[in-house]
Design a protein. Sequence first.
Length: 210
Amino acid sequence: MTALAAEIGATAVSVVDAAKAGEIIIIAIPTKAVADLPRALFANVPSSVVVIDIGNYHPELRDGRIDAIDHGMLDSQWVAQQIGRPVIKAFNNILAKSLLEKGVPRGTKGRIALSVAGDSFDAKAAVLRLVDDLGFDPVDGGDLDDSWRQQPGMPAYCKDLEAAALRRALAEADRSRIAEYRAEQEARIADRRPRLAADASACPHLRAGR
Ligand SMILES: NC(=O)c1ccc[n+]([C@@H]2O[C@H](COP(=O)([O-])OP(=O)(O)OC[C@H]3O[C@@H](n4cnc5c(N)ncnc54)[C@H](OP(=O)(O)O)[C@@H]3O)[C@@H](O)[C@H]2O)c1
């Protein structure tokens, strides 16, 4: 981790220190690992600090079954419950390669849009600004209770859409099909794994199966 941090201009710290490290904290670990985070991780972190959940629940491919989510809790609602703190859902529906390579200045034709869902107006506004700063058009994805619209397999999931198309895709999602969309997405990932593995050897930033 220290070597990777040096390569990308970051500083590697412990999980506990990472939670206290800034105004915006991004949880970027497998969903199942969220349950293993220290219990009081955010206890002394000011409430003004924004926590972003970029995770996606992949029960068959990686995370194992999480009953609460299987019974209707949304992915990010479960994460918020685990860490005892509200989260903003963002960046879960763009692949790492696009996030790394496809950001462009505001106003550029074809700029990819990213949706941001959450309950706090101020926290969501901070993340919408971050999306813009990183080179993507920010789109308000509603409250956290709307965040299913950007979960795995939904029409707005990892399609690198422009703002108008992303809004349409968010609107056309069907809540009754969350599990079905997720299963379809997992099947697509499983199907692509051999090709991704080959691509990953050519591009160190693209790792298989994500
Ligand atoms: N990759 C993408 O394109 C992409 C796009 C959107 C969303 N996501 C979602 O983002 C999340 C992370 O994905 P990823 O691709 O970054 O996964 P990853 O490459 O497997 O990285 C996971 C990271 O989490 C760390 N980790 C694992 N268990 C941990 C624990 N108990 N406590 C602290 N850290 C732990 C790992 O550390 P070690 O290496 O030390 O184990 C590793 O640094 C997933 O939910 C994924 O679905 C990924």
